[in-house]
Design a protein around this ligand. Sequence first.
Ligand code: 4AD
Ligand code: MG
Length: 446
Amino acid sequence: MSNQIITIRNIAQHVGAAVTIQGWLYAKTGKGKLQFLQLRDGTGIVQAVLFKPSLPEETFEAAKHLTQESSVIVQGTVKQSERAPGVPGGYEIEVTDLQVVQVAEEYPITPKEHGIEFLLENRHLWIRSRKQWALLRLRATVMRGLRDWLDKQGFLEMSTPILTPAAGEGTSTLFKVDYFGDQIYLAQTGQLYNEANIYSFGKVYCFGPTFRAEKSKTRRHMTEFWMLEPEIAFCDLEQLMQLEEQMMCALVQRCLEECAEELKVLERDRSVLERILPPFPRVSYDDAVVQVQKMQAETTDPEQKQLLQIEWGQDFGSPHETALTKQYDRPIFVYGFPTQCKAFYMEPWPNRPEVCKSVDMLAPEGYGEITGGSERISNTELLLKRIHEEQLPEEAFKWYIDLRRYGSVPHSGFGLGVERTVAWIAGIHHVRETNPFPRTLGRVYP
Ligand code: 4AD
Ligand code: MG
């Protein structure tokens, strides 16, 4: 095999050339002297055409007997295709040689409709399907886009521990781990460690898996999800919102530029994403509650009426966020949540201790919360008071309290959930399909 091995994504650069493509059979049709193979190589799909008279008998016969997902190495000439629109990408390969690597056994996932449980059970195979391929490529672009943007702004990536001695984000969703006889937990957040890191580096972020023993079986909740968490010294709540807004706009722009093919496969309306421009509306929690209460009062649907029930002081649930964000065409910031529904480390609102300097970014079209952040308490006594109020073990937070003793500064940060962000950009219903191997309340296989 002497031809250059190319990727389907770059096929346009090779028109007229003799090339080699290594991949798998996605679908096949044929009639008479012609066989059409839809080949995928991980970067895209292309049609390979075999014309009987110009090939050895056994090559043509081998192609005829290929099954879905068989692995092959194909040689041929790249042609601009007139057969479009049936031909993906507008190019095809006129095959001169075909090597079968393995003839696949009968593949369980066929073009017919399968139930979601079956697909999740076969996730190790399902990721090869076109829509899943597009989603997971989009995910990789989102992760790369976020990292690149922060790196350019002078942030330093810091690894934070997964095995942690204390709760970072509330005690009700901790996964326990037996650590040589001691009880410790899987990390719910890397934030507290990043609050130490800023005193060495100024602006940092961590990016990794986080764990929540969430009993919620909603389209937004996973038990293991990836979170990006920037943390910034000398930063207040308004500066934090500006940073988040800039980052999100740059990210959506990058996805529009780099994931045109993926967004097409996902049938995502690009114009919806093109509208994601600053500034994002800033809505106080007080006003957001009033908005939801108004929708609750006005709805004639009895189920909605019950779901949208909310009193000042309660955190928003999925139905509230859905209703609220359907009103907007770009993400909104909801800020100033009641202290009682947020974590212990959040700075109180000046002269209003029942409210804290917290902010959630809610994605439009009913998607809801994609980031959660706040200004942090920088005063030692205040932090101790909050730790005691929440009945957290002071001993485990000794190091964290220490940070307030040596050059404490106002500082802020937020966490962005990768799966929720990808689900919104992709325009899909459930977060589980945005993670290669999702972990949810009911599933840890495969
Ligand atoms: O709002 P959360 O709980 O904030 C924190 O953990 C902070 N310590 C972050 C920080 O300030 N550094 O979670 C942040 C984000 C949410 O907005 C959401 O996008 C995502 O993480 N998230 C989940 N995603 C999927 N499944 C779950 N169970 C999630 N819980 C939170
Ligand atoms: Mg939150």
